[in-house]
Design a protein around this ligand. Structure first.
Ligand code: SAH
Length: 273
C-alpha cells in the first residue's frame, strides 16, 4: 500500500469516478478521498445517496448554475486550478468513471498544461454496471464478442454526426448508448435503416443501482413505445443487441434488481432526482 494512505496531498486534484450511484460501489480509494479531501466539486450524476453523504461545508455543486443552465466546463477547469493553487486537496467527482463520457480527459489536459498535479481514480462505469444490475452482460460468448460505447446525444441525421450508426450496425456486437433517452427514436431508426433486425432485443436501464432504478425491455422496432409507456427518463443507458435478451432468462433469480436500492432509500429519495 506504500504511501497511499498519505492521500489526499495538498495542491493536488483527484479526478474521481463515483461509480453508478450505489455507495457500496464506490472504490475504497474514492471513499477515502471523499472523506478526507478539503473540497469536493460534483454535479448531480453521482446520485442522491452519494452526494448526501458529502459534508456541506466541503462540497461545491458545479453541475448547474443558478437559472438552471449547465456550468461551462471552462469555469470548472478554472475553479480546479484555483483551489489547487490555494494548497487544497481537491476531488473532482463525476458519475461512473471520469474518463468515460465524463470530460475527465479534458480536465486532465487542462491541469497538466498548468502544471497542477493530479491523479486519476478509475471507477465502475454505468455503461457496464447499469446493464449488469439489470441482468444484462455487455458481452456473452454466444451473443456478443464486442461492445461499443457511444453517445446518443447527437443528431444521427446530421451529416457531421461523429457516430457512424451504419458501421455500428454491421459489427454484430453490443451497442451501449449513453445520454440516449431523448434521441432514441433517431438512432433506433438509423440502425433499422442500416439493416439491423427489427426484433433485436433492446433494454433501457434508468438510474441503475439508484433508488428508483427502472428497466424497460423491448425490441429495436418497439423500444420507443416501451420508453414512453414506462416513463423512462435520463439518466439511462440503452443496451442494443442479443445480450439484452439475457435479462428475461435470469430475472426470476436476479436478487439485485431495483428492490435492493429501493429498500435502502428513504421513501422520498427517488423524487429528488
Ligand atoms: N462518466 C459516466 C457517464 C457520463 S455521461 C459513466 O462512466 O457512467 C451521462 C450518462 O451516463 C447518462 O446520460 C446515462 O446514459 C449514463 N448514466 C450515468 N449514471 C447512470 C446510472 N446510474 N444508470 C443509468 N445510466 C447512467
Amino acid at each position: 500500500m506504500d504511501d497511499e494512505t498519505a492521500d489526499p496531498r495538498p495542491g493536488t486534484v483527484y479526478l474521481v469516478g463515483s461509480g453508478p450511484g450505489d455507495p457500496d460501489l464506490l472504490t475504497v480509494k474514492a471513499k477515502r478521498l471523499l472523506e478526507t479531501a478539503d473540497v469536493v466539486l460534483h454535479d448531480k450524476l453521482p446520485g442522491p445517496e452519494i452526494i448526501e453523504t458529502l459534508p456541506e461545508d466541503r462540497r461545491e455543486d458545479v453541475g448547474k448554475r443558478a437559472g438552471g443552465e449547465r456550468t461551462p466546463q471552462s469555469e470548472i477547469n478554472e475553479r480546479l486550478v484555483e483551489l489547487a493553487r490555494e494548497g487544497k486537496s481537491v476531488v473532482r467527482l463525476k458519475g461512473g468513471d471520469s474518463f468515460v463520457f465524463g470530460r475527465g480527459g479534458e480536465e486532465a489536459e487542462y491541469l497538466a498544461a498548468r502544471e497542477v498535479p493530479f491523479e486519476v481514480v478509475p471507477a465502475v462505469t454505468s455503461a457496464i454496471a447499469a446493464p449488469a444490475v439489470a441482468g444484462i452482460p455487455v458481452t456473452h460468448r454466444d451473443h456478443a464478442s464486442s461492445v461499443s460505447f457511444v453517445t446518443g446525444h447527437e443528431d444521427p441525421t446530421k451529416e457531421e454526426s461523429a457516430v457512424d450508426w451504419e458501421a455500428l450496425a454491421a459489427t454484430g456486437g453490443t451497442i451501449v448508448v449513453l445520454m440516449g433517452v431523448g434521441r432514441l427514436p433517431d438512432y433506433t431508426e438509423a440502425l433499422l435503416e442500416a439493416g439491423m433486425a427489427p426484433e433485436t432485443p433492446v433494454a433501457l436501464v434508468e438510474r441503475g443501482t439508484w433508488p428508483g432504478q427502472q428497466v424497460a425491455t423491448s425490441t429495436l422496432e418497439t423500444i420507443v413505445d416501451a420508453r414512453d409507456e414506462e416513463g423512462i427518463e435520463p439518466p439511462a443507458v440503452t443496451v442494443i443487441g442479443e445480450v439484452a435478451g439475457t435479462r428475461e432468462r435470469v430475472l426470476e433469480f436476479l436478487a439485485n434488481e431495483s428492490d435492493r436500492a429501493t429498500e435502502r432509500a428513504e421513501p422520498t429519495a427517488s423524487d429528488e432526482v
